[in-house]
Every structure is written in C-alpha cells, then in structure tokens.
Design a protein around this ligand. Sequence first.
Ligand code: HEM
Length: 401
Amino acid sequence: MTGHHPPVTDWATDFDHADPVWAANPFPIWDDLRRRCPIAHSDRYGGVWLPIRHEDVAAIAYDTDHFTSQSVIVTEGRPLAPAPQGIAPPISSDPPFHHEARRLLLPAFSPKAIGPLEPFTRSYCNELLDAVAGEPVVDAAEQYAQHIPVRIIAHMLGFPPEDADEFREFVHDALESVDLPVETRIENFAKLDGYLRAQVEDHLANPRNDLTTFLLNAEMNGEPLTPEHVGGTIALLLIAGIDTTWSAIGASIWHLAQHPEDRRRLVAEPDLMPLAIEELLRAYAPVTMARLVKEDFEFNGCPMKKNEWVLLPFPAANRDPEFFDRADEVVIDRAENRHAAFGLGIHRCLGSNLARMELRVALEVWLEHFPEFSLADPAAVRWSGGQVRGPRTLPIQIGIP
Ligand code: HEM
C-alpha cells in the first residue's frame, strides 16, 4: 500500500504520484494541471517534474540526449553508478547499448512468436472463470485479471507456475512500494535476485526451449550476455509484463461494468474488439515511466537540474484534448487512435503484441461467460498507486441486477 508520505495539498508544487488521492482518481488532477501549469514540479523524491501535455511528454520521451533511462521508477534513491546497460536492460539502457539489447529480444515478442500462445491463454482464462461459475459476485482483479499475465510470462520464461504469488510480491515491491526507504527497497530486490539466480542455475543445468534458455544462449555483438544482463532482463520481463497487463484487463472490465451500451455492442459485434482494446488502452493507460535529467538543462522554461526525475505520464498524454477529440470520453469504436499507452520513442513497449493478445483474450472470455455484469460495490474498488495504475480490488455483480 502506498501513502507513506504526507498527503499532497498542492498538486502543482508538491505532487506525489504515490498519494492515495492520485491512485483513486488522477483525471481531475491532470485536468487542473493542464490548465494551470503544463509542467508541475515537486521537491519530493529529491526533485521531480511532471509534464502533462502530450506534446511535452512526447518531446521528453524522444530526447535521449538530455534524459537518461538509467532508472525509470521514481524513488528516493538514484542509480549508484552509471552503467551502459542499467539494472534491467533494455528499459534502463541508453543508446547505443539500448539498440542491441532491445534487438535481441524482438523475435521472442513478435506476432509470430506470440500467436501460438493464444490457445494456452484462452484455456487458462476459461479455467479461471469456470472456477467461479455460479458465484453471484466475482472479484475481476483478484480472481481473474491478476492471474493471467503471471501465468503466461512464467510459461514463457519456464518458471514454475506455482510461484505466481511470489512473482506478484516482487512486482508489488518494485512498482508500488516506491515511497519506502531505500534500504527496504534494496532488501526487497535481494529477494528477487535470489529467486532469479536459482532459476538461472536450474536452466543452466537443464536447458529447455524457453525464454530463459534463449537469453542464456543469446549473444550481443558476438559475445554472450553478462549474467547481470540476463538477470536484469528476466527481472524486467517479470516486472514489466505483470502489473501492466493485469491493470489494463481490470480497468477495461471496470469500464464495461459501468457502460452497458459498450458492453452490449462488444457482445453483439465481436469484430469491434481490436478497436475497443485500443480505446480502452488509451483511456485507462496504466503505465507512467520516468527519466533522470542528465545535466542541468532548461526545458520549456523549466530549470531542470541534473539527477532530478521527470515523470512521463502517458495516461495523461492520452487524455490531452489538444491531441485527441473527445479526449475524456471512451469512444468504443474510435477509428484513429495514436495513443501513447505503450510509450513513445526508442523504449516503446516491446511486449505490446503479447499485452494486446492477453487483453483481447481476457475480455473475450469474460464476455462469453458474463455478457451482463455491473459493479457490486463502487466504494469497494481499490486502485494501485505509483507508476502502474489499475484496479486491485474489483467486485463485480454477475448478471442483470
Ligand atoms: C497493457 C500492458 C502494457 C503496457 C501498457 C506497457 C507499457 C509500456 C511502456 C509505456 C513502456 C515504455 C517505457 C519507457 O519509455 O521507459 C514499455 C516498455 C517495455 N515493456 Fe511494456 N507494457 C505492457 C505490457 C508488457 C508486456 C506483457 C511485456 C513483456 C513481458 C512488456 C515488456 C516491455 C519491455 C521489455 C519494455 C522496454 C522496451 C525498451 O526499453 O526498449 N510490456 N511498456
């Protein structure tokens, strides 16, 4: 749970994305900042900037000369020593290292590699919903969404499916508990590191046809990857793929629970699903990433200091009325939709084919089982805080009330 810091009183000068008010409903905060100051600043976390407009978020995301990805999660700490790859390549790497580290992963996440995972995903989603058949209220986050990406990425990496709870804890420590002291965060990371070492040892002893063995055999510029590179990339895939997709599935079900017109259209016109998914990703984009300022630098009149953070709120960029018509509405068949939910620039999400497949299959299977549903108790819905936002408690009333 977040909220270890004092509550925010002024979002333009003292914001905190780990504040429970932001987690519950960030949209009015962004609307207000868009009008008052398109780039906010806070002294928390040792200094952090928050651009709100699409134009500014895009400019910073594309500018790898002035902003580094050495660390993309805002915390009290800073990376100890700059290294070309950072702790979790490719997301923590800058050019030129980034290019090669990303390139070697591309085949594993191409449409050709992801397509064959669809039947497995579908049968797992069916299994989850068969297990709750007949229950009047189902928690779509706890009993459904949270399990899907964990199971798929464990399958891809060749990790035991029964370790799912442990993975979720690692992800929670990395992404949600961002306002804890640095020492506690380091202890938490040691747990993940120990777990991954054991998995790597096991794969070295027993190579198999999975992503972990692929990484252990991969080469970059003719050399095998260092153990730190392999471990960091596996940690990234676990962390990047789980909360994000789970949040997108949950937020989509949350929307459909409250919009019978959209829900009924999707049931009647299943071909609409690809457009609907893009629109749900735009409207409820779960991921905000960060950069560190490389050297003192003035950006659009803001005096940015070396080692200050800059948050890149892709979800707020997706709601910018200067960039999208009817930005604050969900237009379920929106035809033109250049949303930034998967980021902008060289670090654009490498797992987007996988994420889209999981989101589509999860919604299709849910609607097949439950064409009619609503929020059982709107006050009980709880959203995660920090840089990945999605419902963590989502009780759904099944059927027509
Ligand atoms: C709906 C689900 C997802 C969303 C919204 C999402 C969003 C994002 C965003 C915004 C970035 C850009 C980061 C930056 O600019 O610093 C990113 C990068 C990345 N994502 Fe995703 N992601 C999702 C699912 C996944 C999945 C399922 C995986 C794979 C298991 C994945 C793997 C990655 C990787 C490896 C990167 C780093 C790419 C690079 O640095 O070149 N993501 N994602």
